[in-house]
Design a protein around this ligand. Structure first.
Ligand code: BEZ
Ligand code: FE
Length: 329
Protein backbone atom coordinates (compact mmCIF):
# COMPACT_ATOMS: atom_id res chain seq x y z
CA UNK A 1 0.00 0.00 0.00
CA UNK A 2 1.33 3.44 -0.96
CA UNK A 3 1.26 5.60 2.21
CA UNK A 4 0.86 8.79 0.15
CA UNK A 5 -2.50 7.45 -1.08
CA UNK A 6 -3.81 6.93 2.40
CA UNK A 7 -6.44 9.58 2.90
CA UNK A 8 -7.16 8.91 6.53
CA UNK A 9 -7.22 12.06 8.68
CA UNK A 10 -4.36 12.13 11.19
CA UNK A 11 -5.30 10.95 14.61
CA UNK A 12 -4.31 12.92 17.64
CA UNK A 13 -5.29 13.10 21.24
CA UNK A 14 -7.31 9.89 21.18
CA UNK A 15 -9.96 9.94 23.85
CA UNK A 16 -12.61 7.63 25.22
CA UNK A 17 -15.09 9.52 23.07
CA UNK A 18 -13.31 9.68 19.72
CA UNK A 19 -11.40 6.37 19.59
CA UNK A 20 -14.31 4.54 17.94
CA UNK A 21 -14.60 6.99 15.06
CA UNK A 22 -10.84 6.88 14.53
CA UNK A 23 -10.65 3.09 14.38
CA UNK A 24 -13.53 3.00 11.91
CA UNK A 25 -11.78 5.57 9.72
CA UNK A 26 -8.53 3.60 9.81
CA UNK A 27 -10.44 0.58 8.48
CA UNK A 28 -12.22 2.56 5.81
CA UNK A 29 -9.88 1.67 2.95
CA UNK A 30 -10.95 -1.96 3.10
CA UNK A 31 -12.12 -2.90 -0.40
CA UNK A 32 -14.48 -5.63 0.76
CA UNK A 33 -17.56 -3.51 1.47
CA UNK A 34 -19.38 -6.18 3.47
CA UNK A 35 -16.33 -6.79 5.66
CA UNK A 36 -15.85 -3.06 6.17
CA UNK A 37 -19.48 -2.74 7.28
CA UNK A 38 -19.39 -5.74 9.64
CA UNK A 39 -16.13 -4.50 11.20
CA UNK A 40 -17.53 -1.00 11.62
CA UNK A 41 -20.53 -2.30 13.54
CA UNK A 42 -18.44 -4.76 15.55
CA UNK A 43 -16.05 -2.03 16.70
CA UNK A 44 -18.90 0.28 17.54
CA UNK A 45 -20.60 -2.33 19.71
CA UNK A 46 -17.35 -3.56 21.31
CA UNK A 47 -16.32 -0.03 22.22
CA UNK A 48 -19.79 0.80 23.54
CA UNK A 49 -19.66 -2.41 25.60
CA UNK A 50 -16.38 -1.31 27.21
CA UNK A 51 -17.67 2.23 27.81
CA UNK A 52 -20.99 1.01 29.20
CA UNK A 53 -19.60 -1.62 31.57
CA UNK A 54 -16.59 0.56 32.54
CA UNK A 55 -14.47 -2.50 31.72
CA UNK A 56 -11.28 -2.71 33.81
CA UNK A 57 -7.90 -3.73 32.34
CA UNK A 58 -7.87 -6.72 34.68
CA UNK A 59 -11.27 -7.90 33.46
CA UNK A 60 -10.28 -7.51 29.80
CA UNK A 61 -7.09 -9.50 30.46
CA UNK A 62 -9.18 -12.25 32.08
CA UNK A 63 -11.36 -12.27 28.96
CA UNK A 64 -8.32 -12.52 26.68
CA UNK A 65 -6.85 -15.33 28.76
CA UNK A 66 -10.16 -17.19 28.53
CA UNK A 67 -10.20 -16.82 24.72
CA UNK A 68 -6.60 -18.04 24.63
CA UNK A 69 -7.65 -21.18 26.53
CA UNK A 70 -10.57 -21.66 24.12
CA UNK A 71 -8.12 -21.51 21.21
CA UNK A 72 -5.62 -23.87 22.82
CA UNK A 73 -8.08 -26.72 23.26
CA UNK A 74 -9.30 -26.55 19.64
CA UNK A 75 -8.22 -29.36 17.31
CA UNK A 76 -9.51 -31.19 14.23
CA UNK A 77 -12.06 -32.95 16.42
CA UNK A 78 -12.77 -30.27 19.03
CA UNK A 79 -14.16 -26.83 18.18
CA UNK A 80 -14.39 -24.92 21.44
CA UNK A 81 -15.13 -21.57 19.73
CA UNK A 82 -18.30 -23.00 18.19
CA UNK A 83 -19.22 -24.41 21.59
CA UNK A 84 -18.69 -20.95 23.11
CA UNK A 85 -20.90 -19.41 20.43
CA UNK A 86 -23.50 -22.13 21.15
CA UNK A 87 -23.68 -21.55 24.91
CA UNK A 88 -23.86 -17.77 24.40
CA UNK A 89 -26.91 -18.22 22.15
CA UNK A 90 -25.07 -16.71 19.19
CA UNK A 91 -25.15 -19.84 17.00
CA UNK A 92 -28.94 -20.15 17.16
CA UNK A 93 -29.33 -16.39 16.71
CA UNK A 94 -27.22 -16.33 13.54
CA UNK A 95 -29.00 -19.43 12.19
CA UNK A 96 -32.40 -17.83 12.77
CA UNK A 97 -31.32 -14.62 11.01
CA UNK A 98 -29.68 -16.33 8.05
CA UNK A 99 -32.26 -19.08 7.59
CA UNK A 100 -35.60 -17.38 8.29
CA UNK A 101 -38.63 -19.65 8.14
CA UNK A 102 -42.22 -18.81 7.25
CA UNK A 103 -44.74 -20.10 9.80
CA UNK A 104 -45.74 -23.20 7.81
CA UNK A 105 -42.18 -24.54 7.50
CA UNK A 106 -39.74 -26.46 9.70
CA UNK A 107 -37.56 -24.31 11.94
CA UNK A 108 -33.80 -24.77 12.17
CA UNK A 109 -31.65 -25.42 15.20
CA UNK A 110 -27.98 -25.72 16.21
CA UNK A 111 -25.72 -27.99 14.16
CA UNK A 112 -23.37 -28.94 16.99
CA UNK A 113 -19.94 -30.48 16.50
CA UNK A 114 -20.96 -34.09 15.88
CA UNK A 115 -22.11 -34.09 12.27
CA UNK A 116 -19.63 -35.98 10.05
CA UNK A 117 -19.28 -36.60 6.34
CA UNK A 118 -18.65 -40.32 6.64
CA UNK A 119 -22.19 -41.60 7.25
CA UNK A 120 -23.32 -44.38 4.91
CA UNK A 121 -26.23 -43.96 2.54
CA UNK A 122 -28.96 -46.28 3.79
CA UNK A 123 -32.21 -47.65 2.36
CA UNK A 124 -35.72 -47.13 3.71
CA UNK A 125 -36.23 -49.07 6.93
CA UNK A 126 -32.54 -49.66 7.66
CA UNK A 127 -31.33 -49.52 11.28
CA UNK A 128 -29.05 -46.51 11.81
CA UNK A 129 -28.02 -47.50 15.36
CA UNK A 130 -26.55 -50.80 16.48
CA UNK A 131 -26.56 -50.12 20.21
CA UNK A 132 -28.14 -53.22 21.83
CA UNK A 133 -29.03 -51.19 24.94
CA UNK A 134 -30.97 -48.52 23.01
CA UNK A 135 -34.78 -48.56 22.97
CA UNK A 136 -35.79 -49.41 19.36
CA UNK A 137 -37.63 -46.53 17.69
CA UNK A 138 -39.38 -46.48 14.32
CA UNK A 139 -39.07 -43.06 12.64
CA UNK A 140 -41.41 -42.24 9.74
CA UNK A 141 -41.21 -38.80 8.13
CA UNK A 142 -42.30 -36.83 5.09
CA UNK A 143 -40.58 -33.97 3.31
CA UNK A 144 -42.63 -31.33 1.48
CA UNK A 145 -42.37 -27.77 0.21
CA UNK A 146 -44.42 -24.89 1.62
CA UNK A 147 -47.16 -25.61 -0.96
CA UNK A 148 -47.52 -29.18 0.34
CA UNK A 149 -45.79 -30.83 -2.63
CA UNK A 150 -43.57 -33.83 -1.82
CA UNK A 151 -39.83 -33.27 -2.26
CA UNK A 152 -38.20 -36.29 -3.86
CA UNK A 153 -34.56 -37.34 -3.63
CA UNK A 154 -33.42 -34.80 -1.03
CA UNK A 155 -30.18 -35.72 0.73
CA UNK A 156 -30.96 -36.19 4.41
CA UNK A 157 -28.26 -36.59 7.05
CA UNK A 158 -29.49 -38.05 10.35
CA UNK A 159 -27.43 -38.49 13.51
CA UNK A 160 -28.03 -39.35 17.17
CA UNK A 161 -26.13 -40.56 20.22
CA UNK A 162 -26.10 -44.09 21.60
CA UNK A 163 -28.06 -45.00 24.74
CA UNK A 164 -25.28 -43.57 26.97
CA UNK A 165 -25.47 -40.14 25.31
CA UNK A 166 -22.27 -40.43 23.24
CA UNK A 167 -21.85 -39.92 19.50
CA UNK A 168 -19.77 -42.51 17.64
CA UNK A 169 -16.93 -40.00 17.12
CA UNK A 170 -16.53 -39.65 20.89
CA UNK A 171 -15.15 -43.22 21.10
CA UNK A 172 -11.42 -43.41 20.36
CA UNK A 173 -11.71 -47.15 19.56
CA UNK A 174 -14.80 -47.05 17.34
CA UNK A 175 -14.80 -49.28 14.28
CA UNK A 176 -16.87 -47.09 11.97
CA UNK A 177 -19.84 -44.77 11.85
CA UNK A 178 -22.88 -45.67 13.94
CA UNK A 179 -26.00 -43.79 14.98
CA UNK A 180 -25.88 -41.87 11.71
CA UNK A 181 -26.83 -42.26 8.08
CA UNK A 182 -27.69 -40.49 4.87
CA UNK A 183 -31.14 -41.17 3.39
CA UNK A 184 -33.08 -40.03 0.33
CA UNK A 185 -36.75 -39.07 0.31
CA UNK A 186 -38.92 -41.12 -2.08
CA UNK A 187 -41.34 -39.82 -4.71
CA UNK A 188 -43.94 -39.13 -2.00
CA UNK A 189 -41.35 -37.30 0.10
CA UNK A 190 -41.32 -40.20 2.59
CA UNK A 191 -38.21 -41.45 4.40
CA UNK A 192 -38.19 -43.90 7.29
CA UNK A 193 -35.67 -45.80 9.34
CA UNK A 194 -35.08 -47.62 12.61
CA UNK A 195 -33.23 -45.74 15.32
CA UNK A 196 -33.11 -45.69 19.12
CA UNK A 197 -34.94 -43.36 21.47
CA UNK A 198 -32.70 -40.31 22.01
CA UNK A 199 -31.42 -39.56 25.53
CA UNK A 200 -30.19 -36.33 27.14
CA UNK A 201 -26.42 -35.81 27.28
CA UNK A 202 -23.91 -33.13 28.29
CA UNK A 203 -22.04 -31.07 25.71
CA UNK A 204 -18.24 -31.35 26.06
CA UNK A 205 -17.59 -29.53 29.35
CA UNK A 206 -14.06 -30.51 30.34
CA UNK A 207 -12.58 -27.33 28.83
CA UNK A 208 -12.85 -23.54 29.26
CA UNK A 209 -16.49 -23.46 28.09
CA UNK A 210 -17.37 -26.03 30.77
CA UNK A 211 -15.57 -23.86 33.36
CA UNK A 212 -17.55 -20.83 32.22
CA UNK A 213 -20.83 -22.77 32.54
CA UNK A 214 -19.86 -23.67 36.11
CA UNK A 215 -19.11 -20.07 37.03
CA UNK A 216 -22.47 -19.10 35.56
CA UNK A 217 -24.10 -21.91 37.57
CA UNK A 218 -25.40 -23.51 34.36
CA UNK A 219 -25.61 -27.23 33.60
CA UNK A 220 -24.09 -28.58 30.34
CA UNK A 221 -27.01 -30.80 29.26
CA UNK A 222 -28.94 -30.95 26.01
CA UNK A 223 -32.42 -32.50 26.01
CA UNK A 224 -33.00 -35.77 24.10
CA UNK A 225 -32.93 -35.08 20.38
CA UNK A 226 -32.21 -36.47 16.94
CA UNK A 227 -30.46 -34.34 14.30
CA UNK A 228 -31.57 -33.91 10.66
CA UNK A 229 -29.93 -32.00 7.81
CA UNK A 230 -31.70 -31.55 4.47
CA UNK A 231 -30.11 -30.59 1.17
CA UNK A 232 -32.00 -30.20 -2.07
CA UNK A 233 -31.23 -27.91 -4.97
CA UNK A 234 -33.52 -24.86 -5.01
CA UNK A 235 -34.27 -25.08 -1.27
CA UNK A 236 -32.63 -23.44 1.70
CA UNK A 237 -30.34 -25.90 3.46
CA UNK A 238 -32.12 -26.97 6.67
CA UNK A 239 -30.24 -28.01 9.80
CA UNK A 240 -32.66 -29.04 12.48
CA UNK A 241 -33.49 -31.59 15.20
CA UNK A 242 -36.50 -33.14 16.87
CA UNK A 243 -36.71 -32.93 20.66
CA UNK A 244 -38.69 -35.33 22.87
CA UNK A 245 -41.42 -33.71 24.92
CA UNK A 246 -41.12 -33.70 28.73
CA UNK A 247 -37.36 -34.14 28.72
CA UNK A 248 -35.94 -32.77 32.01
CA UNK A 249 -33.81 -30.30 29.99
CA UNK A 250 -36.51 -29.26 27.52
CA UNK A 251 -36.62 -25.72 28.89
CA UNK A 252 -32.94 -25.30 29.82
CA UNK A 253 -30.98 -26.62 26.81
CA UNK A 254 -27.33 -25.58 27.29
CA UNK A 255 -27.18 -24.38 23.67
CA UNK A 256 -30.70 -22.90 23.28
CA UNK A 257 -31.67 -25.23 20.43
CA UNK A 258 -35.23 -26.16 21.46
CA UNK A 259 -38.13 -24.58 19.60
CA UNK A 260 -41.74 -25.52 20.33
CA UNK A 261 -42.40 -26.58 16.75
CA UNK A 262 -39.58 -29.14 17.01
CA UNK A 263 -40.78 -30.78 20.23
CA UNK A 264 -42.47 -34.11 19.49
CA UNK A 265 -44.34 -36.84 21.31
CA UNK A 266 -42.99 -40.33 21.01
CA UNK A 267 -45.93 -42.68 20.56
CA UNK A 268 -46.61 -46.33 19.81
CA UNK A 269 -46.87 -47.88 16.37
CA UNK A 270 -50.45 -49.12 16.79
CA UNK A 271 -52.12 -51.47 14.28
CA UNK A 272 -51.69 -49.32 11.14
CA UNK A 273 -47.95 -48.62 11.44
CA UNK A 274 -47.31 -52.09 12.87
CA UNK A 275 -48.68 -53.71 9.73
CA UNK A 276 -47.18 -51.27 7.25
CA UNK A 277 -43.68 -51.20 8.78
CA UNK A 278 -43.56 -54.72 10.14
CA UNK A 279 -43.10 -53.91 13.83
CA UNK A 280 -45.12 -54.82 16.93
CA UNK A 281 -48.06 -52.60 17.84
CA UNK A 282 -46.32 -51.34 20.99
CA UNK A 283 -43.06 -50.52 19.17
CA UNK A 284 -42.02 -46.88 19.87
CA UNK A 285 -42.84 -44.52 17.01
CA UNK A 286 -41.80 -41.01 16.01
CA UNK A 287 -43.43 -39.26 13.06
CA UNK A 288 -42.79 -35.80 11.66
CA UNK A 289 -43.65 -33.84 8.52
CA UNK A 290 -40.70 -31.63 7.53
CA UNK A 291 -41.25 -28.61 5.28
CA UNK A 292 -38.43 -26.98 3.31
CA UNK A 293 -38.42 -23.35 2.15
CA UNK A 294 -37.33 -22.46 -1.37
CA UNK A 295 -34.25 -20.27 -1.94
CA UNK A 296 -36.48 -17.56 -3.43
CA UNK A 297 -38.85 -17.55 -0.42
CA UNK A 298 -35.84 -17.43 1.91
CA UNK A 299 -34.21 -14.42 0.19
CA UNK A 300 -37.48 -12.48 0.20
CA UNK A 301 -38.02 -13.24 3.88
CA UNK A 302 -34.42 -12.31 4.76
CA UNK A 303 -34.88 -8.90 3.16
CA UNK A 304 -38.23 -8.32 4.84
CA UNK A 305 -36.87 -9.32 8.25
CA UNK A 306 -33.81 -7.09 7.86
CA UNK A 307 -36.03 -4.08 7.30
CA UNK A 308 -38.10 -4.81 10.42
CA UNK A 309 -35.05 -5.62 12.58
CA UNK A 310 -33.16 -2.44 11.67
CA UNK A 311 -36.31 -0.37 12.01
CA UNK A 312 -36.71 -1.78 15.53
CA UNK A 313 -33.13 -0.69 16.23
CA UNK A 314 -34.08 2.83 15.11
CA UNK A 315 -31.85 2.67 12.02
CA UNK A 316 -33.33 3.97 8.81
CA UNK A 317 -31.51 1.45 6.63
CA UNK A 318 -32.17 -2.03 5.34
CA UNK A 319 -29.58 -4.62 4.37
CA UNK A 320 -29.56 -5.44 0.67
CA UNK A 321 -26.90 -7.79 -0.66
CA UNK A 322 -25.12 -7.55 2.67
CA UNK A 323 -24.87 -3.75 2.70
CA UNK A 324 -26.92 -1.03 4.36
CA UNK A 325 -29.02 1.09 2.01
CA UNK A 326 -31.34 3.91 3.05
CA UNK A 327 -34.81 2.58 3.84
CA UNK A 328 -37.07 5.03 2.06
CA UNK A 329 -40.27 2.94 2.06
C1 BEZ B 1 -25.31 -31.48 19.61
O1 BEZ B 1 -26.52 -31.48 19.70
O2 BEZ B 1 -24.78 -32.44 19.08
C2 BEZ B 1 -24.51 -30.33 20.16
C3 BEZ B 1 -24.88 -29.04 19.86
C4 BEZ B 1 -24.14 -27.98 20.36
C5 BEZ B 1 -23.04 -28.23 21.16
C6 BEZ B 1 -22.67 -29.53 21.46
C7 BEZ B 1 -23.42 -30.60 20.96
FE1 FE C 1 -26.78 -33.62 19.49
Amino acid sequence: MDPSQVKIPPMKDLTVDNITENVIRMNSLCEDERMKYVLERLILHLHDFARETRLSSKEWMTGLQFLTEVGKICSDVRQEFILLSDILGLSILVDSIDHPKPPNSTEGTVLGPFHTHEAQEMSPGDPISHDPKGQPLLVVCTLKDTQGRPIENAKIDIWETDSTGHYDVQYADREGPDGRCVMRSDKDGVFWFKAITPVPYPIPHDGPVGKLLKVLRRHPFRPSHMHFMFQKEGFDHLITALYLRNDPYETSDAVFGVKDSLVVDQGKAGPEYAEKYNVSEDHALLTYDFVLVSDAETSALRERNSKVALDNLGRKVKIVNGLPVPDLD
